[in-house]
Ligand binder design. Structure first.
Ligand SMILES: Nc1ncnc2c1ncn2[C@@H]1O[C@H](COP(=O)(O)OP(=O)(O)OP(=O)(O)O)[C@@H](O)[C@H]1O
Ligand SMILES: [Mg+2]
Length: 250
């Protein structure tokens, strides 16, 4: 095991010489203190995610997926190791710096939507602008239009279907144009028809150059990503990047 993680670390460092990764972990661990001792939720993780990549994070319950997503989303900091996001060393940042950094760099899409129930779809999107800088209703409407919800802008979350609520969340995640989109089970609460709509939006965003990191239990969703990062007992197993098949014949 020690050799495998050393190889991962060397790979992560070698990658750095060849391209500029948008996310880079070198020897990142996250431990929690508990009554029964220390829990190593993420153990010595080293990998990179390139700009514009679509990566699926998979693994059984308790394997460390949320721990990893919380670190990548700057909601938490590692116990040890180096975490660099968009060229900034976030492991060394204060919580105030992390708040600012998160608002600029990360868009979140959660399984449980987390919309404010007494605000309209438009106002929910504008709230994300407010945390960032200035609100602009025209931009917020354009973001809703981008996910096909221009005609639902004035609806409350309770007046929207589950799929529509998730599309409002995607509009909210996109409004500040962050380079990274972090999605935690984005289709976990959706039926097949809405799953397809959300999958199509994610596909479009990926085609438009967004970096997408998505936790999913759903093999169909995971298959949309270019690469899988599998977790098992806090250890990371990166699958190779899918090779591009170039057909030279007719
Ligand atoms: N705040 C905490 N204090 C102590 N242990 C924790 C804490 N948060 C998570 N853990 C432990 O760390 C491990 C990884 O948890 P994590 O929430 O990252 O798993 P997960 O892969 O997201 O699981 P699920 O699929 O069930 O959401 C688990 O063993 C969990 O019990
Ligand atoms: Mg989790």
């Amino acid at each position: 095991m020690k050799m495998a993680s050393e190889a991962q670390r060397q790979h992560a460092e070698a990658m750095l010489e060849h391209e500029t990764p948008v996310i880079q972990l070198v020897g990142v661990s996250r431990e929690y203190a508990s009554k029964s001792g220390t829990v190593r939720a993420l153990a010595d993780a080293s990998f990179t995610i390139g700009s514009g990549e679509w990566v699926a994070i998979t693994g059984p319950s308790g394997s460390g997926k949320s721990t990893l997503v919380n670190l990548l989303g700057c909601l938490d900091t590692p116990t040890s190791g180096k975490l660099t996001i968009d060229g900034e060393e976030v492991h060394a940042m204060s919580s105030t710096e992390l708040d600012r950094f998160r608002a600029d760099k990360i868009g979140f899409v959660f399984q449980q939507f987390h919309l404010i129930p007494y605000l309209s779809a438009l106002e929910n999107v504008m709230l994300a602008q407010y945390f960032h800088s200035m609100t602009n209703a025209t931009d917020a409407r354009a973001a809703l239009d981008r996910v096909g919800l221009a005609d639902r802008a004035d609806h409350l979350p309770s007046e929207l279907s589950g799929g529509e609520q998730q599309r409002v969340c995607i509009a909210r995640a996109l409004i500040n144009d962050p380079p990274i989109l972090l999605a935690d089970e984005p289709t976990g609460n959706l039926d097949a028809a809405n799953q397809k709509i959300v999958a199509d939006i994610l596909r479009e965003l990926h085609a438009a150059g967004h970096t997408i990191v998505m936790v999913t239990h759903d093999p169909e969703m995971a298959a949309l990503a270019q690469r899988k990062i599998a977790l098992s007992h806090g250890k990371v197993f990166c699958h190779p990047v899918k090779t591009v098949v170039v057909n030279l014949g007719r």
